[in-house]
Every structure is written in C-alpha cells, then in structure tokens.
Design a protein around this ligand. Structure first.
Ligand SMILES: NC(=O)c1ccc[n+]([C@@H]2O[C@H](COP(=O)([O-])OP(=O)(O)OC[C@H]3O[C@@H](n4cnc5c(N)ncnc54)[C@H](OP(=O)(O)O)[C@@H]3O)[C@@H](O)[C@H]2O)c1
Length: 318
C-alpha cells in the first residue's frame, strides 16, 4: 500500500522507511529539508520537502500523494536535556504534536486515507501511583512536575485527536525510550553519561521502559498493516529502575559508573522533574502490542541491547 511518512528522516523514520519498503509498500517520505531528499530517493522512497507546521503545504502534499496510511513521526527533540526546562525545550515538539497533528490529520482525511498512525511516548507520562508497570488502560499522570506540564498536555492532545478522529482509523504508538546504533543515540544524553553528569538520584527507583529503534520501526510497520485502532505501548520486555539500567548504559558507552547523590541534592540540581524521573516514574507493559499487533521485539531487553550500541551496524538510510 502507499504510506505517507512525516518525519521520515528522524531517529525512528530512518529505521521505518527501509522496513516499509522491504515489506513491499510505496513510501512517500516527508522532511523539511530539501538537502535530505536525495538520500530518501536513493533508499527507494518518494521524497517531499514540506514544513509540518504549514497547513496548506501539508494538505497539498498528502492529498497529492493519496496514501492509504499516514504516519506522524515528527518531533524536534535533538537538543534537549535540562530537567528544569523540559517544556521550553519541547516547545517545537509540542507544536508538532498539536498543530502538526491537526494539519496532518486534516490532510489525511482530505486525501481519503484509511488509517493514521502517530508517535507518542510511554514512560514518564504514566501515572506515578500504584504498581511499577502500567498498561494503556492506566491513566496518565494527573499532576506532572511543573516543568513537564505543557509537554504532557501536548501528548494528551495528540493522543485524543488521533484516537477520537472521525472517519479514519487512529492508532497511537507510545514508544519507550529509543536506543539504537551509536549514530541514533541523543548526543547530549550520551555526553552527559560519559561525563558522569547523570547520577543515580536518591533510591533510583524510577522505572523506565526502552525500545530498540529497529523494534519500534517493526511495531510501526505492524500498526500500519494491522490491528484495531487505539493506543499501544511499544516498549521492550524489561521495564527497569534507574539503579539497574543507568550503570549498564554507562558501561555500554565506555563510561565510569554513575555517581550516586542523595535526593535533596538531586532536587537542588535538577528540580522536581529530576526527582520524578529518577525516583517516581513508572514503566510500561507491551502485552497489548504483542497480542494485538502480533509484534515481538527482537531486542527483548535493553540489558543485551545496550551492549550492542557501540558495535551496532548502521542500518539507517539518511
Ligand atoms: N521515544 C523516544 O525516546 C524518542 C522519540 C523521538 C526522538 N527521540 C530522540 O531524540 C533525538 C532526536 O530525534 P530525531 O532524530 O527523531 O530528530 P528530530 O529533530 O526530533 O526530528 C524528527 C523528524 O521530525 C521531522 N521534523 C521536525 N520538525 C519538522 C517540521 N516542522 N516539519 C516537518 N518535519 C519536521 C524531522 O525532519 P527534518 O529534520 O528532516 O526536516 C525528522 O524527520 C534522537 O536521538 C532520538 O532518539 C527519542
């Protein structure tokens, strides 16, 4: 079928486009940047350079392409990392999750697309009460730390707009924390860990869920091809506390083990959001995605996946 991918050159898009092509789909690949179109064309996709915040341009691009499925993978997360400034740093991403979603949904409907698949996030948006691992039926955090409120509002907006959209099958994929080949790791995050600037704070009991980008792309192909509309957590099999995964990631990146600092010091340095992600957040279950999308992660645990980061072969196209 013909699939329109907005965000085709991002971390997930670079894994997704080749997997869609390998499954026999025609891919119309959207980027903002004309300089990236040659690589997309060389990979076998039909590239378009369009700004996702330009409503008219998006509608023209999608209606011109006449896709059966539209996939929204647009974010602007390249330069984030300050827990006190999450909402400020995510402002461009939040615009893509609100206005960008509205434009793309309107365009998909106008083009007569059957299905719309959109990127969301699983992990810190989960409610921070009750058990350590949450399903899609658990509520999102009703009271996130102040620096994350607008970002969670944008996630809620995207999810509701997509799932409630009339006349089109809306699918939301709540990806866990991405990891993959070294080239796909957020440079700021890697640098922070290598310089031992990301300590385990307090009891380090905050639970995170990860997903290898190869698996996230495979789940997205599955969601393009099958499954009921709705929300799916796309995470690996092993939600884990910071005390477990952070030392492993540091080792995988060739860094010394992370320092440990008491909660009061973590709060002083990083504020409430830092305390939340280090000691309070919950992880996510992938049972629904496995059951209903017939998807299995090839990297079931970050424990082995992290160890491959430095040696991973590049499977990206752009
Ligand atoms: N779940 C997660 O953990 C998660 C989710 C997303 C990202 N990340 C991390 O964040 C880092 C950066 O992410 P990324 O590589 O995906 O890059 P990014 O800068 O977030 O861009 C993602 C995609 O969105 C597109 N885009 C951004 N603004 C756009 C606009 N106004 N109009 C149209 N398209 C637009 C980009 O296109 P062009 O730049 O080609 O125009 C690109 O294809 C990566 O290390 C990644 O792993 C993590």
């Amino acid at each position: 079928m013909r699939v329109f991918v907005a965000g085709a050159t991002g971390a997930i898009g670079r894994y997704l486009v080749p997997q869609l092509l390998a499954n026999g789909h025609d891919v119309v690949a959207m980027t903002r940047s004309p300089s990236k179109t040659d690589a997309l064309r060389a990979a076998g996709a039909y590239p378009l350079a369009v700004d996702g915040l330009d409503r008219d341009a998006v509608i023209a691009a999608v209606t011109g392409a006449e896709p059966e499925v539209v996939v929204h993978e647009m974010t602007a997360i390249t330069d984030v990392g300050n827990p006190r400034r999450i909402d400020a740093e995510f402002a461009p991403t939040n615009a893509l999750r609100t206005k960008g979603t509205d434009h793309l949904l309107e365009a998909a409907r106008a083009a007569g697309a059957r299905r719309f698949v959109a990127q969301s996030f699983s992990g810190w948006p989960n409610i921070r009460q009750g058990g350590p691992v949450k399903t899609e039926d658990d509520p999102l955090d009703p009271d996130p730390p102040a620096p994350m409120r607008r970002t969670l509002d944008a996630i809620r907006y995207l999810e509701r707009a997509v799932v409630d959209a009339e006349g089109i099958e809306g699918v939301v994929l709540r990806y866990g924390g991405f990891y993959g080949a070294m080239a796909d790791m957020p440079p700021k995050f890697v640098e922070t860990i290598r310089k031992r600037r990301m300590p385990v704070v307090g009891n380090g009991a905050g639970v995170w869920s990860f997903v290898h980008l190869d698996d996230a792309a495979a789940a997205t192909v599955a969601a393009v091809e099958r499954g009921e509309p709705g929300i799916y957590n796309i995470v690996d099999d092993e939600p884990a506390p910071v005390t477990d995964w952070l030392p492993c990631l540091a080792q995988a990146l060739g860094a010394k083990p992370p320092r440990r600092v008491p909660a009061w010091l973590g709060r002083l340095a990083g504020g409430e959001a830092a305390i939340s992600v280090m000691t309070q957040v919950r992880g996510s279950s992938n049972a629904k995605a496995k059951r209903e999308l017939d998807w299995q992660p090839r990297h079931p645990s970050w424990r082995h996946g992290f160890a491959e980061i430095l040696g991973a072969r590049d499977r990206v196209v752009a």
